[in-house]
Design a protein around this ligand. Structure first.
Ligand SMILES: [Zn+2]
Length: 399
């Protein structure tokens, strides 16, 4: 058996070594990473015509109607997203996550049930520890699964977000992501993050192509040693406007401010949905088990991406309205097996079936994004909640 990584200190070199060792020792992982090199990918340009999807007053110049009668789209090339045909991901996209199925299966993230060949690197979090594992069903050139060392449900809060940011800083070549228990996590009963190679998700790699509108800002960016770095108190919270409803971007120079900004979004969405605890702080939530949440759900639906670059944490939160789009259950030709989670929200849409990969068009992606997001009305209410001072716990106060 290969090296045991349990007590290795987590850093970029250790992750390199873990991949090398696991791809040598573990046939399933090797086979799936080899197959990934040949997966088909295509690029689609979406949101070229924003009029159809965005309300009046928010549309910038979209193009004039020329003599041909066709709209010229020169001024708005849209956003490039990718579609990946990845048959190995059927295990996740087709996963049953109803309470009965979850209860009856052995948890694949618990150490006792993991294959003996799967090794991991330990990481100390604020409240619990984690194990950094190679994901044997990759989407990214390098794909990690990072379960908590104890079997406890998938639920984001301020301490978990702190851990996510710490991991993003240590794993600086990766984007960290979190899928809520009802919108993408295939183990809603065992807390975990995932991470994938940077430069792969359009939202991270081409963030500037996504139009944002500032909601809150404090602090500035300063030029330090020829690099633009944020001041320690830098925070900007923006709405991503031209992609999907309910997507917010946080850029912050420190973790505390980032957590406070995220808490504002969480609190607002939690109050609207009647799910989760608006405090976002496990130290305040004492009786979470005894609370009855709407539809038995303990958290409003979120996907979260987080990465670190040049002194700045970037966090994108997606407030979801629905788990799976209508095409998931549609009959006949209208059927597309696509179950969107953080990776799809980041701009890489995974189709485990080749027929779907071949037929899917930009309009299908736009429809899927519109269906799984919150409505424009809920997005507006979240913004109002963010700007309402009463909704913020005192220790989370951001001026
Ligand atoms: Zn477990």
């Amino acid at each position: 058996m290969g090296k045991n990584f349990e007590h290795v200190v987590l850093n970029a070199a250790a992750v390199d070594e873990l991949f090398e060792s696991q791809l040598k020792e573990w046939e399933l992982a090797r086979k799936n990473y080899d197959a990934l090199k040949d997966v088909k990918v295509k690029t689609l340009w979406i949101r070229k015509s924003e009029q159809a999807n965005f309300g009046a007053g928010r549309v910038e110049a979209v193009g004039k109607t020329g003599l041909t009668g066709k709209a010229e789209t020169k001024q708005n090339p849209g956003i490039a997203v990718k579609v990946q045909f990845n048959p190995a991901r059927i295990v996740s996209s087709g996963a049953k996550v109803d309470p009965k199925t979850i209860q009856e299966r052995k948890c694949f993230l618990c150490a006792a049930n993991r294959p003996a060949v799967q090794k991991g690197i330990g990481f100390h979090g604020v409240a619990t520890d984690y194990t950094v594992l190679v994901n044997p069903f990759p989407i990214f050139p390098r794909h990690l699964t990072i379960p908590c060392t104890v079997h406890s449900r998938q639920e984001i809060d301020s301490t978990r977000l702190d851990d996510m940011m710490s991991l993003a800083k240590v794993l600086k070549d990766f984007v960290l992501f979190y899928n809520g228990p009802k919108c993408g996590a295939s183990a809603p009963d065992h807390f975990h993050f995932q991470a994938g190679s940077k430069g792969f998700l359009p939202l991270e790699a081409k963030l500037k192509n996504f139009r944002t509108k500032e909601i809150l800002k404090r602090g500035v960016y300063n030029k330090k040693e020829d690099e633009l770095k944020p001041s320690d108190n830098f925070l900007r919270l923006s709405l991503i406007e031209n992609y999907i409803n309910g997507a917010f971007l946080i850029e912050a120079g420190n973790k505390k401010l980032a957590t406070a900004a995220c808490a504002k979004i969480y609190a607002a969405f939690s109050r609207i949905e009647g799910k989760g605890d608006p405090s976002f702080d496990p130290a305040i939530v004492k009786n979470i088990e005894s609370k009855v949440f709407r539809d038995g759900e303990w958290e409003p639906m979120f996907n979260i991406l987080c990465w670190y670059d040049t002194g700045t944490w970037y966090i994108v939160t997606f407030a979801r309205g629905r788990h799976r789009p209508s095409c998931y259950d549609a009959e006949g030709d209208a059927n597309i097996l696509l179950s969107p989670a953080s990776v799809d929200m980041g701009g890489v849409f995974i189709t485990p079936l080749e027929k779907d990969f071949n037929k899917i068009k930009a309009a299908d992606i736009e429809k899927i994004l519109d269906e799984v997001a919150v409505t424009r009305d809920v997005e507006q209410k979240i913004i109002e909640g963010i700007l309402c001072k009463q909704n913020v716990q005192s220790e989370h106060q951001v001026e």
